[in-house]
Write a protein that binds this ligand. Structure first.
Ligand code: HEM
Length: 408
């Protein structure tokens, strides 16, 4: 195969989306990094390089703090989607130091190991409470009936956001995250923009409420926080609450869907968890490694001297880090295409990122996933598909449309 042929790939192709791993494997073995002129991105495929890019301060999730868009030929943000950009403006995922450092510090103060660990008991109870009636019935759509309400309840509890609008929260989030895909159709962008506007209004109301009636929760903590004597602006609080709510369930729900599907296809591995040969906490790491819920993150090159795997990459270029390819790199994981819940080094996966943007919710996600797997093995029993699940059609936010389970 010619090198150019080995490096051809279309993330929108349904054949690719039905099982991306053979293609990701081919790309990874053909080159550690390659430029795709069609998408004007440099794709990074191997574990070592993805890992080092995540930690490299010559790269950033944003470039606007050091360069003008025109300087590097990037079109300005489309003003039609102003509400969406306003919600991104102060998101941790949009910021670089020093703004990122300030806001991350405030958020980290709420995500101390102690406060997250305090959620373990309630997370375990809630998992059982939600799953018990579904297990009794013997059939379920696991994402809609369990993973979504479960995960949104846990993050809402942490933030102090009431649960009465939880379907709205899920809907806003689902529409907004479509903006992170390649090639966003206009209707999807318009829907994301409307969702961001409605979400903002909702969070502004919450802020007003907590200003009037402070409580012991994270929204109040953000409202009352002072950095160098100054309080956060409402815009900063809104973006922070939105990114926490959205990031706080999308990936966790998709990990449970992708991982449970892997168990359904590998009953011997589920048996190992059910018989406690492998504890749920260890199995969770392999679930994230084997079929990660986030397949790709991007970085801008901010410096003139950036080189990756002996390839110089110009300032202003965009890198796309392929997490799914890195997580199956045979240089790190033995027999990487096998789902092996006892894999000793599964936790070396790239799933939670690394460097300054490393997932701040990882300890919480681990608690939720462990509690879910534990409840499933205890209350559900054998995992059998009631029908073949479909993928959502998105690549970056990688998940299933739904996962119908039945009894064996
Ligand atoms: C299995 C579940 C999860 C996975 C796989 C995951 C993955 C990630 C990854 C890869 C990043 C880094 C992105 C980058 O470097 O460009 C990230 C960042 C982030 N995650 Fe998670 N996440 C999960 C669950 C959560 C949860 C439960 C929360 C709840 C608070 C959360 C909140 C965040 C936030 C706020 C950031 C941005 C941090 C920053 O930019 O400083 N995530 N996540």
């Amino acid at each position: 195969m010619e090198l150019s042929e080995a490096l051809a790939f279309d993330p929108a192709d349904p054949a690719f989306l039905s099982d991306p791993y053979p293609t990701l494997g081919r790309l990874r073995e053909a080159a550690p990094v390659f430029y795709d002129p069609g998408r004007d991105r440099w794709f990074v495929t191997r574990h070592e390089d993805v890992r080092s890019c995540l930690r490299d301060r010559r790269l950033g999730r944003n470039f606007r703090h050091v360069m003008e868009p025109e300087e590097i030929g990037v079109p300005p943000l489309d003003p039609r989607w102003d509400s969406f950009w306003a919600s991104e403006r102060w998101s941790l995922l949009w910021l670089e130091p020093p703004d990122h450092t300030r806001i991350r510090k405030l958020v980290a103060a709420a995500f101390t190991p102690r406060s997250v660990e305090a959620l373990r008991g309630p997370a375990n109870e809630l998992a059982r409470e939600l799953l018990a009636p579904l297990a009794e019935r013997g059939e379920t759509e696991l994402l809609y009936d369990f993973a979504q309400p479960y995960s949104i309840a846990v993050i809402c509890r942490m933030l102090g956001v009431p649960l009465d609008r939880h379907r709205d929260l899920l809907d806003w989030s689902h529409r907004m995250v479509k903006m992170y895909e390649f090639d966003v159709p206009e209707e999807a962008a318009a829907a994301a923009n409307r969702a961001a506007g409605e979400f903002r209004e909702y969070v502004e109301e919450l802020i007003r409420d907590r200003q009037a009636r402070p409580r012991d929760d994270m929204v109040t903590a953000l409202v009352e926080a002072r950095v160098d004597g100054e309080r956060l602006s409402d815009d900063q609080i809104v973006s922070t609450v939105i990114v926490l709510l959205n990031a706080g369930h999308e990936a966790t729900v998709n990990t449970l869907g992708n991982g449970t599907l892997a168990f359904a296809r590998n009953p011997d591995q589920w048996r190992r968890v059910r018989t406690d040969d492998v504890p749920p906490a260890q199995a969770v790491e392999e679930m994230i490694r084997f079929d990660p819920p986030l397949q790709l993150f991007e970085r801008w090159v901010l410096a003139d001297d950036f080189t990756l795997a002996d390839t110089p990459i110009p300032k202003g270029a965009k890198l796309a880090l392929l997490f799914g390819a890195a997580n199956r790199d045979p240089r790190v994981f033995e027999l990487p295409n096998e789902f092996d819940v006892g894999r000793p080094n599964a936790s070396q996966h790239i799933g939670f990122g690394g460097g300054i943007h490393v997932c701040i919710g990882a300890p919480l996600a681990r608690i939720e996933l462990e509690a879910s797997v534990d409840a499933l093995r205890e209350l559900w029993g054998d995992v059998a598909l009631a029908e073949e699940p479909r993928r959502t059609g998105a690549f970056v936010i990688w998940g299933l449309e739904g996962l119908r389970l039945g009894r064996v």
